[in-house]
Design a protein around this ligand. Structure first.
Ligand SMILES: C[S@@+](CC[C@H](N)C(=O)[O-])C[C@H]1O[C@@H](n2cnc3c(N)ncnc32)[C@H](O)[C@@H]1O
Length: 362
């Protein structure tokens, strides 16, 4: 990429961070077969210098692509689309250029038409309009994507539910450096890949080895959950409350059982219950005495027709999402979605930052 091209770039400065070729290569190695027979659209990429264009052009045959399309944005004047369907992979200037009527804004109808034609969008997008426009548009048109984003997105109202509901997830690598229009390097500590393409790590379970002790995993002050400082410390044996439906709870003696929070089961209200304070079972639960779970569940079975599961919630750092397999865990919410005290979780009065709440799938 020549400096002149970069310096000539007229777009808003805070969106002008260009992705390095090696970072694209590093991430793309984890998607074997995903691009075969596909149309890839890089919709924030000037083929004169975009390393996304370059990567997919050079690897066109190797990836088995059907077509590569790029469009790019200019604030002041119309731009063009460039399309490549193979035959001269190493010559990145090979491709058909067609002028666009507009300025290449990914929201323009002509760009949306290209989006409709495409299978997978791969790019590093303007961070400033990512959440309002770019990501909702990908979902509106039901597109596969692999994009560079920001760790902070995880807390956004638009994005968190997508992560929670397994509609998008984190890719593999962090992207630490970008090139700026003046040729200098800009370092970031929070940029990474997001995708909805299936990847191996989504099916790899964390090995849990740590045993639960109340001292090491304190309760939140304002939510029925335990705090886990490090993802690698998620305890393998923690279970704290038992879920019963509202109907079933009517059979339980209210002096023996206590509701800790409400939930939803098969569209109906449910309660998470534990043995009541001052009971022998509560003492067993509190102290996590050997066999406590079996003893409590034996008692529970007196009031239930079939065995219920117990399922503790863990508050973990958001970096957990890097290791998240939906086959092992489900995401319950974050501080905002759970409407904790002004979006804040506290442990012993101390604010816990950037947490999400998860449950093991039993
Ligand atoms: C973070 S840069 C990344 C550029 C390139 N994709 C790369 O990875 O090197 C985001 C680019 O999106 C462009 N852009 C800004 N607003 C846009 C819009 N509405 N539509 C399309 N591109 C836009 C910016 O000019 C900028 O070049």
């Amino acid at each position: 990429m020549s400096n002149t091209n970069l310096t000539n770039s007229k777009q808003a400065k805070n969106d002008e961070f260009y992705t390095m070729y090696e970072d694209i290569e590093n991430e793309l190695q984890h998607y074997p077969g995903a691009f075969e027979g596909k149309i890839v659209y890089c919709n924030c990429d000037n083929p004169e210098w975009s390393n996304f264009w370059k990567y997919f052009h050079i690897n066109f045959d190797h990836l088995g692509l059907k077509k590569l399309i790029s469009t790019h944005y200019d604030r002041e004047k119309p731009t063009y689309k460039m399309e490549y369907t193979g035959g001269d992979d190493n010559n990145v200037e090979a491709g058909v250029i067609t002028p666009l009527e507009g300025n290449g804004d990914f929201r323009n109808q002509e760009c949306i038409d290209l989006l409709k034609e495409a299978d997978i969008v791969v790019t590093n997008l303007p961070f400033s309009i990512a959440r309002e426009d770019f990501i909702p548009q990908l979902f509106e048109y039901k597109k596969k994507f692999l994009i560079i984003g920001d760790l902070n997105w995880v807390t956004y109202k638009i994005i968190f539910p997508l992560l929670k509901n397994n509609e998008m997830w984190m890719g593999y690598s962090a992207v630490k450096e970008f090139l700026q229009p003046d040729g200098t390097i800009k370092k970031f500590g929070n940029k990474l890949w997001f995708t909805n393409l299936d990847i191996k790590k989504r099916h790899e379970k964390l090995i849990l080895w740590k045993n639960y002790t109340p001292a090491e995993f304190p309760q939140y002050d304002n939510y029925d959950t335990i705090n886990v400082e490090k993802v690698s410390n998620i305890p393998c044996d923690y279970c704290e409350s038992w879920e019963v439906t509202e109907e079933e709870f009517k059979n339980f003696p209210s002096d023996e059982w206590e509701i800790t929070r409400t939930g939803e089961r098969d569209g109906k209200k449910s309660f998470f219950i534990i043995p009541a304070a001052n009971t022998k079972l509560r003492k067993l639960l509190h102290e996590h005495t050997a066999g406590y779970k079996e003893e409590i569940e034996n008692k529970l079975l007196k009031y239930l027709k079939k065995k219920r599961y117990c399922n503790g919630i863990f508050g973990v750092p958001i970096t957990f999402l890097n290791y998240f397999s939906p086959e092992q865990f489900r995401i319950v919410g974050n501080e905002y979605s759970l409407a904790l005290d002004k979006g804040r979780g506290y442990v012993h009065g101390k604010r816990m930052y950037s947490r999400i709440f998860i449950q093991k799938i039993l």
